[in-house]
Unconditional design. Structure first.
Length: 301
């Protein structure tokens, strides 16, 4: 029962306290990953070196958490690691910052705030493009930063959620398809894809349950397979359908135009649709929390 209760408790802790302002473990992990990448990402055999680098930065930390969990841990360690892995409140804040800037008519500020959560070029975006980029990021990161950590927390407690969060962080750092990371980051990207197969589809289902279910399922079935990421496509297509919005389309990344298909259907997003996307994510969180509480209650009977 306690293992299931760690999900809603972790969510509540994150919702009220947000991310630690200082000394977040992922910041230190990121610095370690940068140093290892600088040492190994050179010369030939970059795929093999990428695998070695992944093993160096991930395996020891997960083993340490596993040992501590066995010796000293329990429900409190699952809650602590769950809290540090979940980014619900942070995601809400970033979405609200973009929305607020747009509603104030401050495109410069909106572009800057959007640039904190997307990798595309935001310098020339108009209101509709900023809204679209913000909603796409919210939907995708809803899976990566909320629902996938919750899934792995439920499956394997502290060690599993730490494994997922480290893998997802490395994908964000090394998973680019460019000259520097195409080979070196391939293993990190594939591991992240593997760990997100089930959570992404549960997230897509959650978006449907929290929004327009029929629209979400139709977009998922018809459009997800055309997206360049097997998991992000499922999540974003379902989210677009649930919101009745038209997302996707071409965007500029690192100075180059990237051809992207359309996701969902309906009108182009506006600033107020950022609030609708945040509500969709919030309602999906409530669904997950309620399910965890129901199953925990059933185990008491």
């Amino acid at each position: 029962m306690l293992s299931l209760l760690t999900l809603p408790i972790s969510l509540l802790v994150d919702r009220f306290f947000g991310e630690p302002k200082r000394y977040h473990p992922l910041v230190g992990f990121g610095k370690l990953a940068e140093r290892i990448e600088a040492l190994l990402n050179r010369g030939s055999e970059k795929i093999s070196k990428g695998i070695i680098a992944w093993m160096i930065v991930v395996v020891p930390l997960v083993l340490i958490v596993y040992i501590l969990d066995q010796l000293l841990g329990g429900w409190w360690m699952s809650i602590l690691c769950g809290y540090l892995a979940i980014g619900w409140q942070s995601l809400r804040q970033h979405g609200q910052w973009v929305e607020h800037a747009l509603l104030q008519g401050d495109l410069i500020e909106a572009r800057a705030k959007l640039g904190w959560i997307v990798s595309r070029d935001t310098s020339q975006l108009n209101e509709a493009e900023i809204s679209r980029g913000g909603i796409e990021s919210l939907l995708e990161n809803g899976s990566d930063a909320i629902f996938a950590p919750l899934f792995w927390l439920a499956v394997g407690g502290a060690p599993a959620v730490v494994l997922y969060r480290l893998c997802n962080t490395l994908d964000a750092m090394w998973g680019y398809r460019n000259e520097r990371f195409e080979a070196f980051g391939k293993f990190a990207a594939r591991m992240d894809d593997l760990l997100n197969i089930i959570p992404a589809r549960l997230t897509a289902l959650s978006y449907g349950l929290a929004g327009n279910f029929k629209g979400a399922m139709l977009a998922w079935k018809a459009q997800a397979g055309h997206w360049y990421s097997p998991n992000a496509g499922v999540v974003m297509a379902s989210g677009a359908g649930a919101l009745g919005l038209s997302l996707g389309g071409n965007a500029i990344y690192h100075g180059k135009l990237k051809q992207r298909p359309t996701l969902g259907s309906g009108h182009a997003p506006t600033a107020i649709d950022l609030s609708r996307a945040l509500k969709l994510i919030d309602h999906s969180v409530y669904i997950w929390g309620a399910i965890a509480l129901i199953f925990a209650s059933l185990r008491l009977l």
